[in-house]
Design a protein around this ligand. Structure first.
Ligand code: LLP
Length: 421
């Protein structure tokens, strides 16, 4: 459920009419709903209670500091994969004790900064990383809390570019090598083992692969404890999928996911950490765009928008589907027609949808892409020298720009001419 509904035939974000935001900030823009972010975060905390747990929002899905503050103020932890994300979490007021640091390529500089600023745990992805963390921590006279990310060799049955839990993927330490890795970690002076970590992929629409992975984590935890390791936390990663269309099979709900976690791991007396991104942020955001032209092509009509693949890359990168809504709802029974919905970028890949059935839209009309909160703004670029688009946060009747649209001057003035030119 989200808080983007029609009121009086006009699409609203909570109680704010989308055209009012468009008039204030111009199109295209992203808009996020505080009520939806809050609701989705709470679904997870309710699903895991009464187990001790921490829901660490995967910042990579939506990293605006205002959004992080909404979630951080609710008690969320944060899952970061770079020191940039770490600093965003800190800027939102989230303390280091609620930040977990994931990712396969943490640099020494990043590890040092995280240790200086405080960190809940590093999710370690390789033996060389483990040694580097120990070395840096020792040189600083501190001990780094770590969990080892194990690769359970489970097929997440999702898009190949976002599956991470098969042995052929670059992530984690193969579960068969976990004993040796934990033994080495225990012997390193700068490390304190706190748990086990796993993340098998994103946009999973079935609980079975999660359950298969969590059963392996369970076996491993019991075995590691028998070896004398203290496994106090189980970080189960993110990955629960969302419905991108209103018609397709609904993915499992956080309640089902939580019930399964309790069934498989609930008796282990461990704190459960999860790292959801998309399920919290995805349906909390829209991308709103304006129609520049309607072009009648050979056997098809193109709806040319002012948003493009540089603003929302998921359709061209993964062939992803996003529902497209007219901001002014067509009257019941009003005619529709198929449109190829495209942006102005000069490549054919800049296509959002083909033959999408929509009302008869015209120049100047507004459309909204649903489920654009996750992996939307964060994956944007300035391709074709299109400045990054603004982000807006709504709460009830209020809205605020939470990232400004840069001016062309700001974009261009980052470039420098070498003195010989
Ligand atoms: N934890 C780790 C270690 C991750 O790598 C990810 C996502 C998450 C948590 C959050 O997963 P989520 O709950 O959002 O599924 N750009 C792609 C998705 C990439 C996901 C990468 N890792 C897309 O647009 O679909």
């Amino acid at each position: 459920m989200d808080h983007f509904l029609y009121q009086g035939g006009i699409l609203h974000a909570e109680d704010v009419a989308i055209p009012d935001i468009a008039a204030a900030v111009g199109t295209p823009f992203y808009v996020y709903s505080t009520a939806t972010l809050t609701r989705h975060f709470r679904l997870f905390t309710e699903a895991l209670a009464p187990l001790p747990h921490l829901v660490c929002f995967a910042i990579k899905s939506l990293s605006n500091v205002a959004v992080l503050k909404v979630l951080g103020d609710l008690g969320a932890g944060m899952d970061v994969v770079s020191i940039g994300e770490y600093l965003r979490a800190k800027a939102a007021g989230v303390p280091g004790e609620r930040i977990v640091f994931s990712g396969i390529g943490k640099t020494r500089a990043e590890i040092r900064m995280a240790l200086e600023g405080g960190i809940r745990q590093f999710n370690v992805e390789s033996e060389p990383e483990m040694r580097a963390i120990s070395e840096i921590a020792t040189s600083m006279g501190v001990v780094a809390p770590i969990a080892i990310r194990v690769n359970p060799d489970v097929d997440a049955k999702t898009h190949e570019k976002i599956a991470t839990g098969k042995s052929e993927n670059k992530f984690g330490i193969p579960i068969a090598k976990a004993h040796a890795a934990y033994a080495e970690a225990a012997a390193l002076p700068g490390l304190r083992i706190v748990g086990v970590d796993v993340h098998i992929g994103s946009q999973l629409t079935d609980l079975a692969p999660f359950e298969a992975a969590f059963r392996k984590v369970r076996e491993l935890t019991l075995a590691l404890r028998a070896d004398g390791h203290r496994i106090e936390r189980l970080d189960l990663g993110g990955g629960l999928g969302i419905p991108y269309t209103r018609s397709n099979d609904a993915p499992p709900l956080p309640t089902d996911y939580g019930a399964m976690i309790k069934r498989v791991l609930g008796d282990l007396d461990a704190e459960i950490e999860i790292e959801p991104g998309r399920l919290i942020s995805g349906n909390s955001g829209l991308l709103v765009a304006g129609v520049i032209y309607v072009k009648n092509g050979e056997g098809r009509d193109f709806l040319i928008l002012d948003a493009a693949m540089n603003d929302l890359v998921r359709p061209s990168m993964y062939g992803a589907h996003h529902d497209i809504l007219p901001v002014a709802e067509g009257a019941p029974g009003a005619p529709t027609q198929p449109f190829d919905v495209v942006g102005p970028v000069c490549e054919t890949g800049d296509t959002f949808a083909k033959a999408r059935e929509l009302p008869l839209l015209a120049e100047g009309d507004l459309v909204a892409f649903r489920s654009a909160g996750a992996y939307g703004a964060v994956m944007a670029s300035e391709y074709n020298s299109r400045p990054l688009i603004p982000e807006v946060l709504v709460q009830g009747h209020q809205f605020a720009v939470i990232r400004e649209r840069p001016t062309y001057d700001e974009m261009i003035s980052r470039d420098r001419l070498p003195e010989w030119l």
